[in-house]
Design a protein around this ligand. Structure first.
Ligand SMILES: Cc1cc2nc3c(=O)[nH]c(=O)nc-3n(C[C@H](O)[C@H](O)[C@H](O)COP(=O)(O)OP(=O)(O)OC[C@H]3O[C@@H](n4cnc5c(N)ncnc54)[C@H](O)[C@@H]3O)c2cc1C
Ligand SMILES: NC(=O)c1ccc[n+]([C@@H]2O[C@H](COP(=O)([O-])OP(=O)(O)OC[C@H]3O[C@@H](n4cnc5c(N)ncnc54)[C@H](O)[C@@H]3O)[C@@H](O)[C@H]2O)c1
Length: 501
């Protein structure tokens, strides 16, 4: 039986059975009445709709565009595919060093974009989340247009749908924050990468956060001359200071111009070859020109068009939808989850908050969003990742010891010729618990997951040091740092921690 046919057959039976099991009232209004309307079908919306239906609620999911949201169609999935191409180029540059000779390599950007589309399609069709959502009887309206409130219980879409819901969950995600200086219409965002016909010869990237660093790194690998402009004193300002410094240094070694601490962008002018940006640095006027300007100065809530005022939903001073610990907005029957709330803007957090919002929407506000250890990382060259406190923050709050191991001192990075970077472990001297882990270098994002698990398990650093991690691996460097930290703690305490435990 085809997936679609199975979905149709299962839908009615499944939802009625679950409604009765959950003791939900039988709906008494017209056919467009539903228990829960979810707006936005990114990770937050998809998980919210799945959870609401799983709890027996009659659920409708409204998506302006495709199921999967920005995450699947414009964010991590396609951008990670570009990052993989950048990685392949890095690997190709190593071939000669390992005795493999052949002709040079050339990037065919249109073919890469075809591969990106293929990956996006495959990820979407291979994910079983859509099947599970359909199987639970959720009514999914894809390409429904922009949804907006008519009143606190009614939502209309620009595609002509009109829905009435007992509970509503907002999962509309975010959008790139635009610059508001003269000529800003000449700039682009990371989303425009999908429409480029070729790799631009030069690029200015404005904003040295997660998105800007990733775009700058990928297009440097593709051969663009990239200048990265960060207004603050260092790129990746939410990372540990050492991470920012080592990544910036590596970017410069790869030929990128990294400009930190400039004053302000004044304007943009069109030129025959691209765009000229006027800015000030140390009070003096300056300019930079490139074929393309990409702006990545932050992410703001996608609430334009929602007509939140008609429902009375409040936003905070940054424009994000204000929610309490139960993901409830200022209007008790309206919930919100994911990027639109402005909390840690990542896929796992969006999915989890969607789950919590739906649980509370259906069962009443009972389950608060929990504090959790959240690993964060990005697929630049070199990669960087973090979990827990930065060294600066940890020192403000704890008596700490810090153990740092360079990748050039570990076996696997030497074998692979990938010795840029380090692993830093920050440990509380009193409890011996791990407060933070910061990694720059090959496979940094994967490596950091190990520290995240150890921290979640509230493992002491000496317990982590005792795990015989496989050799030679990148993850092994966390064990090495844990061993160094343990030795220091032992020296300080004048005793063997293994014997004591
Ligand atoms: C370049 C980039 C790379 C990233 N890389 C990573 C990564 O590697 N790992 C990671 O964890 N996170 C990454 N993120 C962040 C991640 O993509 C987001 O945190 C995540 O997508 C948020 O999910 P969401 O469901 O809240 O919103 P979204 O995924 O943005 O989905 C919201 C959906 O709602 C729709 N919508 C908006 N308004 C309306 C409306 N009025 N009516 C109907 N529909 C509407 C939108 O069109 C969209 O489809 C990245 C982000 C960017 C920009
Ligand atoms: N790999 C990943 O996990 C990944 C990748 C991309 C984005 N994201 C998510 O998306 C969110 C948004 O990322 P983002 O990079 O768009 O925003 P961001 O807020 O993380 O970074 C914006 C950067 O731009 C700088 N900036 C602000 N105004 C500026 C100006 N006028 N000129 C120059 N620089 C300016 C800021 O100082 C900051 O460094 C992140 O918080 C993250 O959660 C995650």
């Amino acid at each position: 039986m085809s997936g679609a046919r199975c979905r149709r057959l299962c839908r009615t039976y499944y939802s009625e059975e679950r409604r009765s099991a959950a003791h939900l009232p039988v709906s008494t209004t017209g056919p467009d009445m539903t228990d829960v309307i979810v707006i936005g079908a990114g990770p937050a919306g998809a998980f919210a709709a799945h959870r609401a239906a799983d709890l027996g609620a009659r659920t409708t999911l409204v998506a302006r565009d495709e199921f999967g949201g920005m995450a699947a169609n414009d964010g991590p999935v396609p951008v990670r595919t570009l990052a993989h191409a950048a990685r392949l180029l890095r690997e190709a540059h190593q071939l000669d060093r390992y005795g493999i000779t052949g002709d040079g390599f050339r990037l065919d950007y249109p073919r890469l974009l075809a591969r990106v589309r293929e990956v996006v399609h495959d990820v979407r069709t291979q994910s079983d989340l859509r099947d599970r959502v359909d199987g639970l009887g959720v009514t999914v309206h894809e390409h429904a247009g922009t949804a907006s409130f008519v009143d606190p219980h009614t939502v209309e879409t620009s595609g002509g749908l009109r829905l009435h819901g007992d509970k509503i969950i907002l999962c509309t995600g975010g959008v790139s924050r635009p610059l508001t200086v003269p000529g800003a219409e000449l700039t682009h965002t990371h989303s425009d990468a999908w429409a480029l016909r070729d790799v631009p010869p030069s690029m200015l990237v404005i904003g040295g956060g997660a998105t800007g660093a990733q775009v700058a790194s990928i297009f440097t690998a593709f051969g663009s001359r990239v200048e990265l402009f960060e207004r603050g004193p260092r790129i990746l300002p939410t990372e540990d200071d050492d991470v920012s410094a080592v990544v910036a240094e590596a970017f410069r070694e790869r030929g990128m111009v990294v400009r930190e601490n400039f004053d302000a962008i004044e304007s943009f002018d069109k030129t025959s070859d691209g765009v000229l940006m006027h800015f000030t640095q140390n009070g003096a006027p300056a300019s930079a020109e490139a074929a393309l300007v990409v702006v990545a100065i932050g992410w703001t809530a996608a609430t334009t068009g929602l007509n939140l005022a008609a429902a009375g939903v409040e936003t905070d001073e940054r424009g994000f939808v204000r929610v309490d610990a139960y993901q409830r907005t200022s209007v008790p029957h309206i919930f919100a989850a994911g990027d639109v709330t402005g909390r840690l803007m990542l896929v796992p957090q969006a999915s989890q908050s969607g789950f919590i919002a739906a649980t509370n929407a259906v069962r009443g506000p009972a389950v608060p969003m929990w504090d959790q250890v959240s690993p964060i990382g990005s697929f630049t060259d070199p990669e960087y990742a973090q979990v827990g406190l930065t060294e600066t923050k940890a020192r403000q709050e704890h008596d700490v010891i810090v153990a740092t191991v360079g990748l050039d001192a570990a076996t696997r990075p030497v074998i692979d010729g990938r010795t840029t970077g380090f692993c830093k472990l920050i440990v509380d001297r009193t409890s011996n618990q791990i407060l933070g882990c910061h990694v720059v270098g090959e496979r940094a994002v994967e490596t950091t997951q190990l520290a995240a698990v150890a921290m979640t398990a509230r493992m002491r650093v000496d317990e982590l040091a005792r795990i015989p991690l496989s050799f030679p691996t990148y993850a092994g460097i966390v064990g090495r740092a844990a061993y160094i930290a343990t030795r220091r703690l032992e020296q300080d305490a004048g005793r063997d921690l293994n014997e004591a435990s």
